[in-house]
Design a protein around this ligand. Structure first.
Ligand SMILES: [Zn+2]
Ligand SMILES: [Zn+2]
Length: 303
């Protein structure tokens, strides 16, 4: 099984360019990053072994699903693989955005010095510290940091956890966090066949059905405290928000497209970052913790 997570990205980018007006400007950049990742994995197909759930744990996993508890399965990463991918993606980003050349020279130096004496295996927490350091010391913007780290990490975890996601009994699970890795979701969809709300983990790609009138972050089920808005003339992407925890997530109404399972939702997410900015301006926080906008953008009022 190779790079299932990438299947159909070219078509999805084309589709998104037509669906979301504002995506036209960033689409080529996004495509170039997907191509670079695709090439990397094609060249390094033996780079790592996909994780599997030991048979003895399958039953345990099913029990956890019934109790709405996530497996929180997040294996540490190979430092070399992460650094290699991260640098590859940074190099391409600098190439496509010449104005950022100096920033990325700095990022490159910081990457070398941060990872020089690290162990061969690294945790997600350490990678997050590295992300913070780049924002503080290399002056890389929040939205760019979110893009770089989420695309690199999800490319690794999606490949690594795919085989487990396939056997996990997510149909028994009703929690808000990803049943497999425990991350908080950033987006999801309304299924064509029955309109059910299905969340997708931005990190490992697992999808699971979640009660439609319920906040995935604080479990609030008060109908009058849960709502959504859309950008005018573009009602495919709903920004679901909660008046209890003031978090938002994006839900794509796929009933309008009549094209379920094979969609690459991650690209729809990248194509609708304007909705994230609007949510920020309305005072909502990303429940996933992924900041797809910068605080400096919030002050620019659009009257
Ligand atoms: Zn996950
Ligand atoms: Zn909430």
């Amino acid at each position: 099984m190779d790079s299932l997570w990438l299947v159909g990205y070219e078509q999805e980018i084309e589709r998104c360019k037509k669906l979301y007006e504002d995506f036209a400007g960033g689409a080529d950049f996004v495509e170039s990053i997907y191509i670079i990742l695709d090439q990397y994995y094609a060249k390094n197909s033996g780079a790592f072994v996909p994780a599997e759930l030991p048979i003895s744990q399958v039953e345990e996993a099913t029990d956890l699903m019934k109790k709405d508890q996530s497996l929180r399965f997040r294996p540490d990463l190979e430092t070399e693989l992460f650094v290699d991918l991260f640098k590859t993606v940074c190099k391409e980003t600098a190439k496509k955005n010449p104005a950022l050349k100096l920033v990325f020279n700095e990022v490159n130096d910081k990457t070398d010095s941060y990872f020089t004496n690290k162990e061969s295996i690294i945790s997600l927490e350490e990678i997050d510290q590295f992300r913070q350091l780049l924002i503080e010391e290399a002056a890389i913007e929040n939205d760019m940091a979110t893009f770089l780290f989420s695309i690199v990490l999800s490319s690794i975890y999606r490949r690594q956890l795919e085989s487990i996601a396939e056997v996990l009994r997510t149909d028994l699970y009703e929690g808000g966090d990803c049943p497999l890795c425990g991350e908080k979701p950033h987006y999801g969809m309304l299924r064509t066949e029955d309109g059910a709300k299905q969340l997708e983990c931005w990190l490992c790609g697992t999808r699971w059905v979640h009660t439609r009138v319920k906040c995935p972050y604080c479990n609030n089920e008060e109908r009058e405290e849960l709502g959504y808005f859309t950008i005018e003339g573009q009602d495919l992407c709903r920004v679901n928000h909660c008046q209890s925890c003031f978090c938002y997530c994006k839900i794509f109404d796929l009933r309008q497209l009549n094209a379920d399972g094979d969609l690459v939702l991650a690209i729809h997410n990248l194509a609708t970052l304007n909705n994230d900015l609007l949510a920020g301006k309305e005072g909502y926080k990303p429940g996933s913790g992924l900041k797809w906008f910068n605080d400096s953008d919030l002050s620019e009022r659009e009257d």
